[in-house]
Design a binder for this molecule. Structure first.
Ligand code: PLP
Length: 412
């Protein structure tokens, strides 16, 4: 790891000890608290090495073989590697690896397929839709006419009848399937069928589960969606960034929607790091990891339910769990604060059955650290005990420190 070890770290420490301390402090925080934020993970030292490489210096507007700058012959090799690896990993005809983030990937997907003012059907934000699925604070809500479908208040499952009825009533130009908080697999065949019935494009925003897809632990949206948007930094465990997969016939439109329509020069160090991550994700070790992530999440969900928390949909198919802590006498916001003080880091989220906030947890990061089904009940016990007020924050913080000490995310 270059940030705090090795030659580069020494250079940074000599030149800018203040910032070197900040980086060291963050490394310490990540290693000694429990990273239960469902969107986070620990990238490998190889990915970090690519991110810290001199490719960060290179301007490479355009695409391999057709750049607006000179000296791109090596950058081209890096991007071709990333594209080829993504295509083979996901069985896609085309991959664009330049999107700076998951949100940029969604923006480009809309730019490729839609015009301002078009109607789009997506999971409503109060039900787990992402900001890019029609939030009035986001370009999506400002430039498109979003109609939101929801989840059933009791079961927490997507209301398929409502999706079909809204699609028939509003005739959207595109249907988006994907969520920031849905713990179950999506029925891609169902969404494809509804999209075909009303003549809409199907956009799968697989930002969360794409890493599980890579490891064969979740169904792939690639055979069903016209365009698949994803992040590379969640379960997939690559650098922060976005990616778009599509069929050959939309390749040109998608590429032009990324550059020059919504972005300038590609971040070549990040693209190199994406190539490294795709290489890792194609290994049997990563497939085992992805399945372990889900096994851990299932055990954690069951343990949280046994501790008295209300688990949305009764469990999970993925890395992601949402719970209502109300049965333990706290609301989501208070719970998140108390848990943070104890070193359990997670997010709040919407709940299907209540206006109150719930908690969203994921197992991608702790699984990368090497935690397994034995540790998950320990995590659930700590969490519940902090929420019940049975364990002081300082005491729980020590317990978390002890647990994480056995699973360092990076070699020391
Ligand atoms: C995380 C996420 C995004 C956005 O990713 P960023 O890289 O944070 O922009 C988009 N859509 C969904 C469903 C997500 O979960």
């Amino acid at each position: 790891m270059t940030v705090t070890h090795g030659l580069e770290a020494d250079v940074l420490r000599r030149q800018d000890p203040e910032l070197a301390d900040v980086l060291l402090g963050e490394r310490e925080r990540q290693a000694t608290t429990l990273q239960l934020i469902a969107a986070e993970n620990f990238t490998s030292p190889a990915v970090l090495a690519a991110l810290g490489s001199p490719l960060a210096n290179k301007y490479a507007e355009g695409y391999p073989g057709a750049r607006h700058h000179g000296g791109c012959e090596i950058a081209d090799v890096a991007e071709r590697l990333a594209v080829d690896r993504a295509k083979s990993l996901f069985g896609a005809e085309h991959a664009n690896v330049q999107a700076h983030s998951g949100s940029s990937a969604v923006l480009a997907a809309y730019a490729a397929l839609l015009r301002p003012g078009d109607t789009v059907l997506a999971l409503g934000l109060p039900h787990g839709g992402h900001l890019t699925h029609g939030s009035p604070a986001n370009f999506s809500g400002r430039w498109f006419d979003f109609v939101g479908y929801g989840v059933d208040a009791e079961s927490g499952l997507i209301d398929h009848d409502q999706v079909r009825a809204l699609a028939r009533a509003h005739r959207p130009k595109a249907i988006v399937c994907g969520s920031t908080a849905y713990p179950r697999h999506l029925d891609h065949a169902f969404f494809r069928e509804v999209a075909d019935e009303v003549g809409a494009y199907l956009i799968a925003d697989a930002a969360h589960p794409i890493g599980l897809v890579a490891g064969g632990a979740a169904p792939s949206p690639v055979p069903y969606a016209d365009v698949v948007c994803a992040t590379t930094h969640k379960v997939l465990r690559g650098p922060r960034g976005g990616m778009i997969l599509c069929g050959a016939e939309l390749a040109g439109r998608v590429d032009r929607a990324v550059f020059p329509f919504t972005q300038g020069g590609a971040q070549m160090h990040t693209i190199a790091a994406k190539a490294v991550a795709f290489g890792e994700a194609a290994t049997p070790a990563f497939a085992a990891y992805a399945h372990q992530v889900v096994a851990n999440a299932r055990v954690l969900a069951a343990a949280l339910a046994a501790e008295g928390l209300a688990v949305t949909t009764g469990g999970t198919d993925t890395h992601l769990i949402t719970v209502d802590p109300a049965p333990l006498g706290v609301d989501g916001r208070t719970a998140r604060g108390r848990l943070a003080a104890a070193g359990l880091v997670l997010d709040c989220c919407a709940l299907p059955h209540a206006d109150a906030r719930g908690l969203r947890l994921g197992t991608a990061a702790v699984t990368t650290q090497g935690m397994g089904e034995r540790e998950m009940p320990v995590v659930a016990g700590l969490l519940a005990s902090v929420l019940r007020g049975g364990t002081e924050a300082a005491r729980a913080r020590e317990d978390v420190r002890e647990l994480t000490a056995a699973f360092p995310p990076y070699p020391r």
